[in-house]
Design a binder for this molecule. Structure first.
Ligand code: ZN
Length: 79
């Protein structure tokens, strides 16, 4: 499925990602997006969530806007 939207950039440089695209990509407030620019093309990609300590992508919990895996959480709890 292809989604195409035309959006105006605001004076602070922000754009809105439409609800249909956010729903399609399972994007929620607080999720990280990766923005790349090359030539006259900007791409925005949903960034994979990673543990802030070990970069693991599995079994993550979110705390204060950061992701942490269960292994690192267990290690912190045992300190
Ligand atoms: Zn970890």
């Amino acid at each position: 499925m292809i989604f195409t939207n035309f959006r105006e950039i605001d004076k602070l440089g922000r754009i809105v990602i439409s609800k249909d695209i956010r729903k399609h990509l399972d994007i929620h407030p607080g999720d990280m997006l990766m923005i790349n620019a090359e030539g006259d093309t900007i791409t925005i990609k949903k960034a994979e969530n990673k543990c802030v300590f070990c970069n693991s992508t599995g079994n993550l919990s979110k705390f204060e806007g950061k992701h942490i895996c269960q292994d690192c959480l267990s290690k912190l709890r045992s300190l």
